[in-house]
Design a protein around this ligand. Structure first.
Ligand code: DC
Length: 229
């Protein structure tokens, strides 16, 4: 299934640490689609707000008109730019994660990114991941998946990633779990576009799957829905 121009959209939503980015990127690679990580866009805006010491966070609203978020692709991976500055690495800290969750509750920020995200999906086949892709951004997506895992399992994966990246400087497991729980709460209780499963989304719970199993399960759902050989 695809639209008249042969463009196909896959929406993947789910809570923090469910493995969305890794799995969505691999799925896009396998299908030859463009991967769009919408969380990185919220993170870029949050990073900008922190950099400019905007307080309260709502001050970001008056900056949106002069803010340009760009996505470029290098060797299949998405790089995020804010006013031509590559912030792809700086946006991955715990501080930016928490700020992104707050920034994403601001309606004006959501409207601003909504337009950008819809344009990207209109011009090419995408695997787009986020929190409101199947419910708000791409309500007519060809495939919608709600990807989740238990909070403990998600925190375990995130903690492992941080230890690999930061060694002894990584935060301990309990604080990673507390962050996961707090972000789940913020993302699913906010007034605008809260995280929730679209009625027509397929639920994929990867608590008991490793990466390869999750990847295959995701691909099989898409294969079936898109009638791929
Ligand atoms: O997926 P992530 O952890 O990179 O997302 C960062 C924050 O942005 C997350 O707390 C929720 C928010 N977000 C959102 O509200 N809507 C999206 N489509 C993507 C992310």
């Amino acid at each position: 299934m695809s639209n008249k121009k042969g463009i196909c959209n896959i929406a993947i939503d789910g809570p923090a640490g469910a493995g969305k980015s890794t799995l969505a990127r691999k799925l896009a690679e396998r299908l030859g689609y463009v991967y769009v990580d919408t969380g990185a866009m919220y993170r870029a805006i949050a990073y900008y707000a922190l950099l400019n010491q905007l307080k309260p966070m709502e001050e970001i609203i008056s900056h949106l008109a002069v803010l340009h978020i760009g996505l470029r692709y290098e060797n299949g991976s998405q790089r995020v730019f804010i006013n031509d500055m590559d912030v792809s690495d700086q946006i991955r800290t715990a501080e930016v994660s928490m700020a992104a969750s707050r920034v994403s509750a601001i309606p004006e920020v959501r409207t601003y990114l909504f337009d950008l995200q819809q344009q990207l999906a209109k011009k090419q086949s995408v695997v787009m991941d986020g929190r409101d892709i199947g419910t708000v951004v791409l309500p007519h997506a060809d495939v919608k998946i709600f990807l989740t895992a238990s909070p403990q399992q998600r925190a375990k994966r995130r903690h492992l990633e941080l230890v690999e990246k930061m060694g002894d400087a990584a935060p301990d497991f309990d604080s990673v779990l507390a962050d996961v729980v707090q972000r789940d709460h913020q993302d699913s209780t906010r007034a605008v576009a809260p995280l929730k499963q679209a009625e027509d989304a397929v639920l994929l719970d990867t608590t008991n799957y490793d990466l390869a199993e999750s990847e295959e399960a995701l691909y099989q759902i898409c294969k079936e829905r898109l009638n791929l050989e």
